[in-house]
Structures are given as structure tokens and as C-alpha cells.
Design a protein around this ligand. Structure first.
Ligand SMILES: Nc1ncnc2c1ncn2[C@@H]1O[C@H](COP(=O)(O)OP(=O)(O)OP(=O)(O)O)[C@@H](O)[C@H]1O
Ligand SMILES: [Mg+2]
Length: 229
């Protein structure tokens, strides 16, 4: 099993009352699987992803990444997992405005993510990905010069370049038009076909059929969704 959540709970207190934002979630995901989680705004999707990525500490329960309980990892172990094995594309993420697309894609490696790779190997890998994602001609563009769809594809390349085992993507097609949404979802299918597991959060029905399995987050509970579209 790649990732497994056991009786996962996250509560927040407001005005003395505790609210369970993630409520006893049990969930597991195999290597290479593509899972989509739908759910209305406020249902706890982002909170769930943050727990699975080890960014938030659960109130109760456990998260296992390849058998290791990440809630018991120290900071060094956690950052190693996040840097080298899990790539997270947060909600509304963007590239750094002051760098070109090409430099943005190199940034995680300058920051020590991605393990051992030579500069030449990295350039070769990024060249290949940019060509595959139709962005090679845009490599010297600044983020403000990219379209919404180009930006989302660039974020996927940045996540993939680290050769993770899992990509967590929070509403990566939000605010895109229907055609662009589908083209970005095709790219996630490409990611998945390469054996990288994808856990993608979305509330756009046209994305639901792209995954191997569809779940629904509702009032903090995660359950298999009834319809596949
Ligand atoms: N740090 C926090 N403290 C208190 N409440 C929080 C905190 N973070 C999230 N919440 C609440 O938890 C609920 C779920 O938030 P979350 O961001 O997980 O929802 P979501 O499903 O991702 O919504 P959206 O689709 O709008 O992104 C919301 O009611 C939110 O206000
Ligand atoms: Mg959210």
C-alpha cells in the first residue's frame, strides 16, 4: 500500500465548540492509482490533503506512507518524504513571478529537493517534459505571460520532475474553461500512466471519469461516490 489513513480526525475549536473537519476517515491507495475526491466547498478536502501530506498534524488517527506512520516522523524524516516522494500542488498554487518557466522548474532542485541528479540530467528531463506537455516554446516566458492552462500544466511538470511516488493536487483545474480542464486532466492521466499515483481533489463533474476511483468528501466523511460522472 502506498498511503493509508486510519481513523483520521482533524478538529478545530471555535467559540469553545470543537468541529470535526475530517471525521474518522479510513482510506488507502495503491502505487500508481489515480483517485479523485469530489465534495462541496468546506467539506474538508484541502484539510484531508494537508493531513496526508504531513503538513497538518491530525487530532487523532494515523497516516501511513509505505508502512511508516508519518504522524510519528520527526521534521527531518517528514521533509525528506515531502521532498523526494510526494509532490503537492496546493490549491491556487502558481509559479514564482520573477523567474521564467524554465528557471521555475529548476527551483525545487536548487532548494535541495529531488535527490541526486546532475544538471545535465535535469535539463534533459525538463526538456522532455516541456515538449510532452506542449510548453517547450514557452520555456522563457514569465508566469504572467502564461495562460491559465499553461500555468497548470507547468505546475504538473514541476511536480513530476521530482519523480515522486505520489502527486497530491488540490483543484488543479479550478477556473479553467471546459476544454482546458479536459486537456489538463489528460496530463494527469499521462502522469498516472507513468506509474505515479495521483490523488486529485475537484468539484468539476467533467473531471470525475478520469480517475480509477471516485470518492466523495461530505461533512468530513470520505466515502466511495455513487456515480462516476
Ligand atoms: N485552520 C483552521 N481553523 C479553523 N477552521 C478551519 C481551518 N482550516 C479549515 N477550517 C474549516 O474547515 C472546513 C473545511 O475546510 P477545507 O479547506 O478543508 O475545505 P475544502 O473542502 O477544501 O473547501 P474548498 O472547496 O472551498 O476549497 C471549512 O469550514 C473551514 O472553514
Ligand atoms: Mg480546498
Amino acid at each position: 500500500m502506498l498511503i493509508k489513513a486510519k481513523n483520521l480526525v482533524k478538529s478545530y475549536k471555535s467559540e469553545g465548540v470543537s468541529h470535526r473537519i475530517v471525521d474518522q476517515v479510513n482510506f488507502s491507495m495503491k502505487h500508481g492509482e489515480f483517485i479523485i475526491v469530489k465534495g462541496v466547498s468546506g467539506s474538508g478536502k484541502t484539510t484531508l490533503l494537508n493531513l496526508l501530506a504531513g503538513i497538518l498534524t491530525p487530532t487523532d488517527g494515523e497516516v501511513y506512507f509505505e508502512g511508516s506512520d508519518i504522524t510519528k516522523m520527526n521534521d527531518r524524516q517528514l521533509s525528506q518524504m515531502r521532498n523526494q516522494r510526494v509532490s503537492y500542488i496546493p490549491q491556487n498554487d502558481t509559479l514564482l513571478k520573477t523567474l521564467t518557466l524554465w528557471d521555475n522548474l529548476h527551483l525545487p532542485f536548487f532548494l535541495g529537493k529531488g535527490g541526486e541528479i546532475t544538471g545535465d540530467q535535469l535539463d534533459e528531463k525538463l526538456t522532455e517534459l516541456l515538449k510532452e506537455f506542449g510548453l517547450w516554446d514557452r520555456r522563457n516566458a514569465y508566469p504572467s505571460e502564461l495562460s491559465g492552462g499553461e500555468m497548470r500544466r507547468a505546475l504538473i511538470i514541476r511536480a513530476m520532475a521530482l519523480d515522486p511516488e505520489l502527486i497530491l493536487a488540490d483543484e488543479p483545474t479550478a477556473s479553467l474553461d471546459p476544454d482546458t480542464t479536459l486537456s489538463v486532466m489528460e496530463k494527469f492521466r499521462t502522469v498516472s500512466n507513468r506509474g505515479i499515483a495521483v490523488l486529485l481533489v475537484s468539484h468539476q463533474p467533467q473531471t470525475y471519469s478520469y480517475g480509477d476511483r471516485l470518492y466523495e468528501m461530505k461533512d468530513g466523511k470520505l466515502r466511495p461516490a455513487k456515480e462516476h460522472r
